[in-house]
Design a protein. Structure first.
Length: 147
């Protein structure tokens, strides 16, 4: 499945993100699906993208995936305490996709990247600080179905 391939490639790209300032830190874990609780920070959570299903003549349908959301959780602290880490990880996330605009030729194209402002998130009953990265990914997957 094409979406599974994209998710696996995203995990590889995100897992390699490291920052050196304000201090050396790397992503501790990439969750390929949203977990019940977060055990390791900093981490990324990959959320399933929206999908538009288009039926075509002859028993074909095209699943059009995107955009998709990647949530980075840095720490369970106030935003002002985590702001340097957030800035560093946002810049590193932008840079990580500069060389991955096709996600190893699985996606049509990473057309855009929007980094949301820093925010507090409640996850699994705990408070975290992080940001969302919204990738404008276009992925068309053709599937046959029975009439």
């Amino acid at each position: 499945m094409a979406w599974a391939d994209i998710r696996a490639r995203l995990a590889v790209v995100l897992d390699a993100i490291e920052v050196t300032t304000p201090s050396a830190a790397s992503i501790q874990r990439v969750y390929v699906t949203p977990p019940a609780t977060v055990e390791d920070v900093p981490c990324f959570i990959i959320y399933p993208p929206a999908v538009e299903v288009e039926r075509r003549p002859g028993g074909w349908r095209v699943n059009k995936y995107g955009p998709l959301r990647l949530r980075c959780l840095v720490r369970d602290a106030e935003v002002d305490v985590a702001v340097d880490f957030l800035d560093a990880f946002r810049e590193a996330t932008i840079a990580a996709f500069d060389a991955e605009i096709r996600l190893e030729n699985e996606a049509t194209l990473v057309q855009s990247q929007r980094i949301e402002e820093a925010a507090s998130f409640k996850y699994g009953g705990r408070d975290y600080v992080g940001f969302d990265c919204i990738l404008g990914v276009r992925l068309d997957e053709q599937v046959t179905y029975g009439n």
